[in-house]
Design a protein around this ligand. Structure first.
Ligand SMILES: *[C@@H]1O[C@H](CO)[C@@H](O)[C@H](O)[C@H]1NC(C)=O
Ligand SMILES: *[C@@H]1O[C@H](CO)[C@@H](O)[C@H](O)[C@H]1NC(C)=O
Ligand SMILES: *[C@@H]1O[C@H](CO)[C@@H](O)[C@H](O)[C@H]1NC(C)=O
Ligand SMILES: *[C@@H]1O[C@H](CO)[C@@H](O)[C@H](O)[C@H]1NC(C)=O
Ligand SMILES: *[C@@H]1O[C@H](CO)[C@@H](O)[C@H](O)[C@H]1NC(C)=O
Ligand SMILES: *[C@@H]1O[C@H](CO)[C@@H](O)[C@H](O)[C@H]1NC(C)=O
Ligand SMILES: *[C@@H]1O[C@H](CO)[C@@H](O)[C@H](O)[C@H]1NC(C)=O
Ligand SMILES: *[C@@H]1O[C@H](CO)[C@@H](O)[C@H](O)[C@H]1NC(C)=O
Ligand SMILES: *[C@@H]1O[C@H](CO)[C@@H](O)[C@H](O)[C@H]1NC(C)=O
Ligand SMILES: *[C@@H]1O[C@H](CO)[C@@H](O)[C@H](O)[C@H]1NC(C)=O
Length: 558
C-alpha cells in the first residue's frame, strides 16, 4: 500500500527487521529544538510590538494586480533548487536527458517540465492569444519533507550505527565518510527548502494570476488537511501569495481532518478500505520490491568491497539512494549521492514510477475511486452547483456549506499529498500520461509517458485555467460554439500542458490543450458515473498481480 499518510511507499521486502529499528534507533542521533531548552523566551512584549500593528509604517500604496500568465510574452519557468547542492553524476549522453536531482521520483523537487513533456510540442503555460482568463484552480503538494516515520533511511541508520558501535567496522574509498556519518533527519515535517518551495509557489501564483483577486466578493477560502506539513505548506503558500504579515487577514484557511475514519477529498485513502489490500505479486514481492532486486543486483557487491563489519544488500543500497535524496532536500548536500551511476539513478527513478502506477495510479484498482471526490468538487465549482450527494470521500458537512465550500471564487487553492494527487490525476482520466501502461517490472520501457518526477514531486502543482476564447480563434471546431466566444478549460501539470483527448467529449486534438468547458464537464460527469466508488473501495474482488494486469484507468476489473 502507498498510504498518503506515509507519502512514499516502502517496499516490504526492502525493510529490515523491525526489532533492530525499535531497540537501537528510531530517528536522528540528535534532536535539536528551538528555542534551545533553558533559553529565556518571556520578554516584555511592550518592547516588541506586533509587526502587523506597527505604527509609523510609512506610505503603503499598492499597485495593480498582476497577470503575467496573460501579459508576459513568455512563461517564467521554475528550475530553482537554491540552497541545495545538486549532485553531479555525469550524463552519458545517451537516452533521455539526465540529472540526478530530477531522478528521485516523488522525492525530486518540482521543476517546470518543458512544453513537450506530455506531447503538446507547441503549447506553453501562457494564456493563448485572444483568450481571457476567467478562473484558475490550483491543486498542489506539500514541499520537501523529512522521511516519513517508517521510511528506509532510519532503518539503514540503525543498521549502520549498530555496526559502527561494534569492533571491526571500517569503511574506505567512496564509503569512507561512513566512519563519521550520523543520521540527522527529523521525520514528517517540511524541511527549510520545503518551506521555500511553497512560499515561492505562492509568489509565482500571485504574479501570474493575482488579477483574479479583483473578482472576489468575499475573502478566499483555501483548503488543506490537518497533517502538520500540509498546514505548514498551506501557510507558506499563503505567505508567498499575500505577503507577510498580510496573509493573516487576507483569506480563510480551511483545514480538513486527515485521519482514519474521516472523509477528505485531499487525503482520500481512509475513505477507501480496499486501497489497503495491496497486491503483493509473485514471491510475495510487489512491483517496486521486485524491480529493486533487478536494478540493484550488482550494486551491493560493488560497494561492499569498501566496508567491513557492515552487510550491504539491495535493501540497504535502496535506502542509501533515498538518503541521498532526503539529505539533499533537508541538509543541502549528501555524501551518498556520489556513490551511484546514471543507470542506478534511472533505476531508482523508475522504482517510484512502478510504486505509483500500481499503488495510486492508473494500474491500481482503487485509484480512480479515491480521486473521484475531488473531481466531483471540481465539477461543482465549474458549474457553480451546490453538492447534495455525498457518497465518495467528500465530507458532507464541509462540502455542503457555502461557507466552507464556496462556489463563487475566481481562484481555488487546494493542498494535498503525492499519492492523493496521483489518484486525482487518474480520476481525471489524463490517459495520455498512462499511454504506455501497464509498466513492466523487469526493465524500463523505451517509451515512457508516466513519470512520477513529473506527476508528484515535492510541491507539484496542477493548474486548471478556465478561459474565454473567441470561436473565431478556431481552437476547437464545434458548430454549437461557432458563434461568439465560449469557455474552455485546460490543465498545466508543472507548467506542461496536458492533452485532454482521452476524455469523452474532449477527443478533438487542440494544440493548446483546450477543451470546451461544457464538453469537459460532460466528460467528467460521465467519468463520475463510470467510476464505481462502492465496488472499487468496498467490493470483494481479487486485485490482479502487478505486471499481469491490464488496468490502465485506475478501476477494478468489473
Ligand atoms: C537485507 O538484510 C536485512 C537484514 O538482514 C534483511 O531484513 C533484508 O530483507 C535484506 N534485503 C534483501 C534484499 O535481501
Ligand atoms: C553505542 O554504544 C553505546 C555504549 O555502549 C550505547 O550507549 C549506544 O546506545 C550504542 N548506540 C547504538 C546506535 O547502538
Ligand atoms: C467532517 O468535517 C467536520 C468539520 O471538520 C468534522 O467535525 C467531521 O468529523 C467530519 N466528518 C467526517 C466523516 O469526516
Ligand atoms: C543478478 O545477476 C545475476 C548474474 O548476472 C543473474 O544471474 C541474476 O538473475 C540477477 N538477478 C536478478 C534479480 O536480476
Ligand atoms: C510494495 O509493498 C510495500 C509494502 O507492502 C508497499 O508499501 C508499497 O506500496 C508496495 N508498492 C506497490 C507498487 O504495490
Ligand atoms: C463519508 O463518506 C461515506 C462514504 O462515502 C459516506 O457514506 C458518509 O456519509 C460521509 N460522511 C460525511 C460526514 O460526509
Ligand atoms: C449561503 O447559504 C445560505 C443558506 O442557504 C444562504 O442564505 C446564503 O445566501 C448563501 N450565500 C451565498 C453567498 O450563496
Ligand atoms: C460540441 O459541443 C456540444 C455541446 O457543447 C457537445 O455535446 C459535442 O460533443 C461537441 N462536439 C465535439 C465534436 O466536440
Ligand atoms: C476514461 O479513459 C478510458 C480509457 O482509459 C476510456 O475507456 C473511458 O471512456 C474514459 N472515460 C471518460 C468519461 O472519459
Ligand atoms: C469474497 O469472495 C470470495 C470468493 O468468491 C469468498 O470466498 C469470500 O467469502 C468473500 N468474502 C467476503 C467478505 O464476502
Amino acid at each position: 500500500m502507498i498510504s498518503y499518510l506515509l507519502c512514499s511507499a516502502l517496499p516490504l521486502a526492502l525493510t529490515v527487521a523491525a526489532s533492530e529499528s525499535a531497540s537501537s534507533f528510531a530517528g536522528s542521533t540528535v534532536s535539536d529544538v528551538f528555542p534551545p531548552p533553558g533559553a529565556t523566551i518571556t520578554a516584555d512584549q511592550s518592547y516588541f510590538p506586533d509587526a502587523s500593528q506597527v505604527e509609523y509604517a510609512g506610505p503603503t500604496p499598492t499597485g495593480a494586480e498582476l497577470e503575467a500568465i496573460a501579459t508576459a510574452p513568455a512563461a517564467a519557468l521554475n528550475s530553482n533548487i537554491y540552497p541545495l547542492l545538486a549532485p553531479q553524476t555525469p550524463y552519458s549522453g545517451t537516452g533521455a536527458p539526465f540529472e540526478v536531482i530530477r531522478s528521485w521520483g516523488n522525492l525530486s523537487p518540482w521543476f517546470s517540465v518543458g512544453s513537450n513533456a506530455f506531447g503538446l510540442a507547441t503549447a506553453n503555460p501562457q494564456v493563448p492569444a485572444g483568450c481571457e482568463l476567467e478562473q484558475v484552480h490550483l491543486l498542489h503538494r506539500h514541499g520537501a519533507r523529512y522521511p516519513t516515520s517508517s521510511d528506509l533511511p532510519t532503518l539503514f541508520a540503525a543498521h549502520l550505527h549498530a555496526a559502527a558501535n561494534s569492533t571491526g567496522f571500517s569503511a574506505t574509498g567512496p564509503l569512507e565518510f561512513l566512519n563519521t556519518w550520523t543520521y540527522k533527519l527529523g521525520a514528517e515535517l517540511l524541511t527549510p527548502f520545503g518551506r521555500e518551495q511553497l512560499f515561492q509557489l505562492g509568489v509565482g501564483f500571485r504574479v501570474k494570476y493575482g488579477e483574479l483577486l479583483n473578482g472576489f466578493i468575499d475573502l478566499p477560502v483555501f483548503r488543506t488537511t490537518s497533517n502538520y506539513r500540509m498546514v505548514e505548506s498551506a501557510l507558506n503558500f499563503a505567505a508567498g501569495f499575500f505577503g507577510v504579515p498580510d496573509y493573516q487577514t487576507s483569506y480563510h484557511q480551511e483545514i480538513i481532518i486527515e485521519s482514519g475514519g474521516f472523509n477528505s477529498t485531499l487525503s482520500p485513502n481512509p475513505s477507501c478500505p480496499n486501497s489497503d489490500n495491496n497486491v503483493a505479486g509473485l514471491l510475495g514481492l510487489n512491483a517496486t520490491e521486485r524491480w529493486a532486486l533487478v536494478y540493484l543486483n550488482m550494486t551491493a557487491s560493488r560497494l561492499q568491497q569498501y566496508v567491513t563489519g557492515l552487510n550491504l544488500n539491495a535493501t540497504y543500497i535502496y535506502a542509501m539512494q533515498q538518503l541521498c535524496a532526503y539529505e539533499t532536500v533537508a541538509l543541502g548536500y549528501s555524501a551518498f549521492c556520489g556513490l551511484f551511476t546514471e543507470e542506478e539513478w534511472r533505476g531508482f527513478d523508475y522504482s517510484f514510477d512502478l510504486d505509483f502506477w500500481y499503488g495510486s495510479g492508473p494500474g491500481n484498482p482503487t485509484a480512480a475511486a479515491q480521486g473521484i471526490g475531488w473531481v466531483q468538487e471540481l465539477v461543482a465549482r465549474l458549474t457553480k452547483t451546490p453538492l447534495t450527494t455525498f457518497d465518495t470521500s467528500m465530507n458532507s458537512t464541509l462540502d455542503g456549506s457555502n461557507i466552507t465550500f464556496p462556489l463563487n471564487q475566481p481562484i481555488y487553492v487546494d493542498a494535498s499529498h503525492d499519492t492523493a494527487i496521483s489518484t486525482i490525476i487518474t480520476a481525471l482520466n489524463f490517459t495520455t500520461l498512462a499511454a504506455n501502461g501497464p509498466l513492466p517490472i523487469d526493465h524500463i520501457p523505451a517509451f515512457q509517458t508516466y513519470h512520477v518526477h513529473d506527476i508528484a514531486p515535492f510541491a507539484t502543482n496542477l493548474v486548471a485555467q478556465v478561459l474565454s476564447c473567441p470561436a473565431s480563434l478556431g481552437v476547437v471546431s464545434n458548430t454549437s460554439a461557432a458563434a461568439g466566444s465560449a469557455s474552455y478549460i485546460r490543465f498545466l501539470l508543472n507548467d506542461g500542458v496536458v492533452p485532454l483527448t482521452g476524455i469523452s467529449h474532449c477527443e478533438t486534438p487542440d494544440p493548446n490543450g483546450l477543451c470546451l468547458l461544457d464538453n469537459f464537464i460532460q466528460g467528467m460527469q460521465e467519468r463520475i458515473a463510470e467510476v464505481d466508488f462502492v465496488y472499487d473501495c468496498y467490493g470483494n474482488y481479487t486485485a490482479p498481480l502487478p505486471g499481469s494486469d491490464n488496468i490502465i484507468d485506475g478501476r477494478a476489473p468489473q
